[in-house]
Design a binder for this molecule. Structure first.
Ligand code: C2O
Ligand code: CU
Length: 563
């Protein structure tokens, strides 16, 4: 086993991923951020230095999909497992990698994730089913991202004002691995736009098998992906290995990952990789809205020198666009015109685990169009609560007796809402004895889908149901008999379709306080989050680090001066 020491500096920097300049929040100046590659059994030590001095913002890092078994304190959720890392301070996240598969990491503070602070995390394991060199020849990490020209905070202010009437900010463009091509003639004059950026192209060598690890890191948009003339052989769903199942296209919600193996066996010289924001999921689209950001996969002769290096993207003049492919879309199988996960009943985990009977059953209903009566602004809710992080007194430290809930510093937040977040007040915290099996029924009466993510565990997806009329898509007791109980998929993000519901089940076997929230950035930032407090009587408080206690002290002192 290896120890990976990573030094990360978080900073505001100006970048133009699609030619349009904007302020971003970046790790080591990279967008997307660094991809971590490690082996199961290795230790990660990520030293995060917060240099976001300009906006006086604190920061955090969450490693999405890792259970953090025994290391809940390293889960990276401000207000829950830690205080934010204050500007000028450093925090070391240290934990062992006990799982394998495709994960990612991102800031869990404010809207820093969608401002650029995210990247991939791949954990290899010689015991995996699908092995490089045997089952596939090369691997490509593909990140689909919806990108905004405005910074996250400004968009959130708009969303939480009366102006939005509850409609989310709509992304400006889709990016592939952090690159896109804006049409400068359509960009408002207040932006600096440079045209001619090359679009990222992928190269295939004929006869090779490629494993594409695909992540949707979006704020808002579900993404679809297909490759003309090529079948996608799905082998991994989030970080669960599955029996090979072929698909013409994927639809991927924010936070989800898929791995597919693609055989480079086309007779064509180049084909389209069609990537699209599922704009039917947006309730409002500006005129001329373009959701397509497809790219080209071209076959190259086996000479690797034919590759276009990413660094040439600023040398526009020397860049030759690839020939326009003549391939056509798989047209018998268009993606559905709604936001729904890939049909999970066809996806079977390689490792089949018996689904236990539930010990407890909870029903929750998320809402994003519920209006805060005081301010007439839309907030994200679960049942009747809208999450606000407790400043200076994170729930984990309160539960362990390091601080009192009353030590929370009231901080006026967006739209003037007072932060009085306390356990049982603005927060929905459900306490669960260690080892219990929890069945969660999530009814969605909203007009949009909600991709929900559970920290610290993955869950079985027993039922996903989409309805077309309000009010009748809710769960009913007779549905119990239609649950998928024969080796259902296990994953960590499930999409609850609009006006529908989903049923998931998990064994709460990991002590700690775990977030459960919608992964749409606007819904999360406005409070669509709850927590499961699992077996806290068994929790060992010695893992809280001095740095963390210090950061809470600073947070209590700075209070409202932290933005
Ligand atoms: Cu990927 Cu709580 O998030
Ligand atoms: Cu949502």
């Amino acid at each position: 086993p290896k120890i990976h020491d990573l030094n990360w500096r978080v900073k505001n920097e100006t970048r133009a991923p699609d030619g349009v300049e904007r302020e971003m929040v970046l790790v080591n100046g990279q967008f997307p951020g660094p991809v971590i590659r490690a082996k199961k059994g290795d230790t990660l030590r990520v030293h995060v230095q917060n240099d976001l001095a300009m906006f006086n913002q604190s920061t955090s890092v969450h490693f999405h999909g890792l259970y953090q078994r025994g290391t809940n304190v390293m889960d990276g959720v401000p207000g829950v497992t830690q205080c934010g890392i204050p500007p000028g301070s450093q925090l070391t996240y240290v934990f062992d990698l006990k799982q394998s598969g495709t994960f990612w990491w991102h800031s869990h503070s404010k809207l820093q994730r969608i401002d650029g602070m995210f990247g991939g995390l791949i954990v290899y394991d010689p015991e995996e089913t699908y092995i490089l060199g045997r089952d596939y020849d090369e691997e490509i990490f593909i990140i689909l991202h919806d990108h905004y020209h405005g910074v996250g905070d400004a968009n959130l202010d708009w969303y939480l004002s009366k102006l939005s009437t509850g409609f989310e900010p709509v992304p400006d463009i889709g990016l592939l691995n952090g690159q896109g091509v804006a049409n400068c003639s359509r960009i408002p004059k207040r932006y600096t736009c440079t045209s001619g950026a090359p679009r990222l192209t992928f190269q295939f060598k004929r006869g090779q098998r490629y494993r594409l690890r695909i992540l949707n890191s979006s704020a808002f948009s579900e993404m679809t992906l297909s490759i003309d003339d090529h079948i996608l052989n799905v082998i991994e769903v989030d970080s669960t290995e599955v029996e090979v199942s072929s698909a013409y296209f994927l639809s991927i919600s924010p936070g989800q990952r898929y791995s597919v193996i693609v055989e480079a066996d086309s007779n064509l010289d180049s084909v389209y990789m069609r990537t699209q924001m599922q704009s039917s999921c947006f309730k409002y689209r500006p005129y001329g809205y373009k959701s397509d950001f497809s790219t080209v996969v071209e076959y190259v002769s086996p000479s690797p020198t034919a590759r276009i290096k990413q660094s040439t993207r600023w040398l526009f003049k020397n860049w030759m666009p690839p020939a326009r492919p003549r391939s056509s879309r798989w047209n018998d199988v268009l993606p559905p015109d709604e936001c729904i996960d890939l049909d999970v009943s066809s996806l079977k985990p390689k490792l089949s685990l018996d689904v236990p009977e539930p010990d407890v059953r909870y029903t929750i209903s998320p809402k994003n169009m519920q209006f805060d009566r005081m301010h007439l602004a839309p907030f994200g809710f679960i049942n009747r609560t809208s999450f606000l992080p407790a400043i200076g007194a994170p729930n984990l430290q309160v539960a362990l007796g390091f601080v009192n809930a009353s030590d929370t510093v009231p901080v006026p937040t967006i739209s003037g809402r007072q932060n009085t977040a306390v356990w049982g007040g603005d927060q929905l915290v459900t306490e669960i004895p260690l080892g219990s099996v929890v069945e969660l029924i999530i009814n969605n009466d909203d007009e949009g889908a909600h991709p929900f993510h559970l920290h610290g565990h993955d869950f079985w997806v027993l039922r996903v149901y989409a309805e077309t009329k309000a009010g009748i898509g809710n769960w009913r007791p007779e549905y119990v008999s239609s649950y998928v109980l024969d080796n259902p998929i296990r994953r960590d993000v499930v999409t609850i379709p609009r006006l529908g519901h989903a049923v998931i089940r998990f064994r709460a076997d990991n002590p700690g306080i775990w977030a459960f929230h919608c992964h749409i950035a606007w819904h999360l930032a406005s409070g669509m989050m709850m927590q499961f407090s699992v077996g806290m009587d068994k929790f060992d408080g010695s893992s809280v680090t001095d740095q963390m206690l210090e950061h809470c002290q600073i947070e209590r002192e700075l209070g409202a001066k932290l933005i």
